[in-house]
Design a protein around this ligand. Structure first.
Ligand code: ADP
Ligand code: MG
Length: 253
């Protein structure tokens, strides 16, 4: 197994409040790791730590074997494509400019030919050609979510951290976004940690599911082995029925 992101005994919080408690997990290269758990479980906090935006109290985060604290913030922002839960800048630019500007950690004086080429490539990969010269404050929630994904991918990161990337997408766009993501992660051997509330989507696309509750890891495993009614009840406090077919279907019991 290739080493991607490795989190060891991480504890972190805000002020005096400890949120993450002794969290350990791995996101190997080429695999989609889905992070699930109820509101307030600490999923977003975990992604912030992995993005280098929140300093852990204790524990280590290793990216390809290297402690992320050794990387400069510029280097880290090249290596990590982090998409926060909801962000829409107040200022407006075109989609093309927003994506190009995300190459900033590579740019010294002005965008190079490579920056422009990579921007065009990502626009093609995500099928955003039609939107390229629209203004970002005039996009639908779903269109914006794709642009945000493009802003992360244009940096050619080795780690993707996506906080609820499909929450505003309709079914067709969810499936499309997940397929694009899966192809990229497999094709380029990226590591990816993705949070979602959609257990069915996670069970379809995840290689590994991590269940969190109260700032701790509750369980880790492959979707079909991990997700049964009992485990879901323990984590979410809801009685569910799990129907096993080609993919799992979880519905309230
Ligand atoms: P999740 O993403 O799983 O819903 P979060 O990581 O956002 O959970 O939040 C975990 C806990 O941390 C919650 O109790 C939340 O209120 C708290 N929290 C999140 N962000 C902050 C912050 N910036 N300052 C203080 N507390 C926060
Ligand atoms: Mg969250």
């Amino acid at each position: 197994m290739l080493e991607g992101l490795k989190i060891e005994n991480l504890s972190a919080g805000y002020g005096n409040r400890e949120i993450l408690k002794d969290v350990s997990l791995e996101a190997p290269e080429g695999e989609l790791v889905f992070l699930l758990g109820p509101n307030g479980a600490g999923k977003s906090t975990l992604l912030k730590c992995a993005a280098g935006l929140l300093r852990p109290r204790s524990g280590r985060l290793l990216l390809r074997g290297r402690d992320i604290r050794e990387a400069s913030s510029r280097e880290l922002s090249r290596l990590v494509g982090y998409v926060p839960q909801s962000m829409r800048p107040a200022f407006s630019t075109t989609v093309f400019e927003a994506i190009l500007t995300s190459r900033l950690p590579y740019i010294s004086w002005g965008p190079s030919k490579a920056d422009l080429e990579r921007t065009e490539e990502v626009i093609r990969e995500l099928g955003l050609e039609e939107l390229a010269f629209r203004y970002i404050n005039e996009l639908s929630g779903g269109e914006w979510q794709k642009v945000v994904l493009a802003m992360a991918l244009v940096k050619e990161p080795i780690l993707l951290l996506l906080d609820e990337p499909t929450s505003n997408l309709d079914l067709k766009h969810q499936v499309e976004a997940m397929r694009i993501l899966r192809d990229l992660v497999k094709g380029k051997s990226l590591s990816a940690v993705i949070t979602t509330h959609d257990i069915n989507l996670a069970s379809k696309y995840a290689d590994i599911i991590v269940l969190m509750k109260n700032g701790r890891i509750h369980a880790i495993g492959e979707p079909h082995r991990l997700l049964d009614g009992e485990t879901i009840r323990e984590v979410y406090g809801v009685k569910v029925e799990v129907i096993r077919g080609a993919s799992l279907f979880v519905s309230p019991a």
